[in-house]
Ligand binder design. Structure first.
Ligand code: FES
Ligand SMILES: [Fe+2]
Length: 345
């Protein structure tokens, strides 16, 4: 039996042991990760072009945190709490285009900026209304029409978006169109961090992804550490063009920029050994994500998932006490683990 100890990794990768296997097996670390990391994280909500209503209810981190929110698309996009400030009824359960949000319980209304508009039965209430009676506004980030929100004191990830904007300054972000047919949701019986770790190194490519290995030049595989992010990229074998830029944003968002468009992976923990992976495809107008060939993403995704499931079984084994980092290939994982230690320590 493993018991949680204080999480640490040595800052010097050449000296460091991997994160303790306790991290993946302990309920305490799992719930601490929700409080200390996911509540402060930025989560993808939607693409502004896909929002068809003025008011759209959704849950922040569905089935984990389940914070009820409203995405408002009025003059601009905002996110509000979906909880009535009277007795906590959920205000909206479906999309609407009304100018006012009315609570079905006792009829209170709010405007689309969250301000209390009418409150029947409160005519004699003293010191009423105050700003506590308005709906809370939620932290929101709009980046190239992609909408992200958080819960409280969000982690600053702006420098990662700055890096993307600078490095991909000719990328046609405005031509990206969501393609439902190549987007998928998977659920796997593995810890969310194991999926992220697999993403954070190209070390496994020659062994696990034979198809991809034929296309990319691993000699020039580069890993750069950003503030709360990791960037990996490499060239195509056939010419010297960049094959892809792989950006990971702490803790659970991956943006992969290809010449056909963008793919996004969102890694949603459901439990310490259950994870939902949302894989969203945004090809450029007139393009589609390549599929069904030895190096296509649908194949690579399944190769990765199969390994992650095996690692889940291994990391919970009594015969595994934690290994070492490859200083050459695993600095992305080392940085991820340092961030986990920083937030959970
Ligand atoms: S709970 Fe909304 S008006 Fe009472
Ligand atoms: Fe992989």
């Amino acid at each position: 039996m493993n018991y949680p100890s204080k999480l640490t990794v040595n800052q010097n990768i050449a000296d460091s042991k991997l994160l303790s296997p306790d991290y993946y097996t302990s309920d305490q670390y799992f719930s601490k990760s929700i409080d200390k990391i996911f509540l402060k994280s930025w989560q993808y909500v939607n693409h502004a072009n896909l929002v068809n209503h003025k008011v759209s209810p959704f849950y922040f981190m569905k089935d984990l945190i389940d914070e009820p929110y409203l995405l408002i698309k009025d003059k601009e996009c905002t996110v509000l709490s979906n909880v009535c400030t009277h007795r906590a009824n959920l205000l909206c359960v479906s999309c609407s285009d009304n100018e006012l949000i009315q609570c079905k319980y006792h009829g209170r209304t709010f405007n689309l900026s969250g301000k209390l508009n009418t409150a029947p039965g409160f005519e004699k209430a003293k010191n009423f209304p105050t700003k506590n009676d308005n709906l809370n506004t939620v932290p929101l980030k709009l980046w190239n029409n992609f909408i992200f929100c958080s819960v409280k004191s969000p982690i600053n990830i702006d420098s990662i978006f700055d890096d993307i904007n600078k490095r991909l300054k000719n990328y046609l972000f405005n031509d990206l169109v969501y393609d439902k047919s190549n987007s998928k949701t998977y659920e796997i019986n593995a810890h969310w961090a194991l999926y992220c770790e697999n993403y954070l190194e190209g070390f496994h490519v020659p062994f696990l992804h034979k198809g991809l290995n034929n296309d990319i030049d691993l000699n020039n595989y580069t890993t750069e550490l950003l503030d709360h992010g990791v960037l990996q990229y490499t060239n195509e074998k056939s010419d010297n063009n960049i094959y892809a830029y792989y950006y990971w944003i702490f803790p659970n968002l991956m943006l992969n920029f290809y010449n056909w468009g963008l793919s996004m992976n969102i890694i949603e923990p459901l439990d310490k050994n259950k994870t939902r992976i949302k894989f969203l495809s945004f090809p450029f107008k007139g393009n589609t994500q390549p599929t069904n060939n030895p190096s296509s993403l649908d194949r690579i995704e399944l190769e990765d998932q199969e390994i992650v499931l095996n690692v889940q079984k291994g990391v919970t084994s009594n015969n595994y006490n934690g290994g070492r980092y490859s200083p050459k290939h695993e600095k992305g994982i080392h940085y991820f683990h340092q961030l986990l230690c920083r937030y959970l320590g």
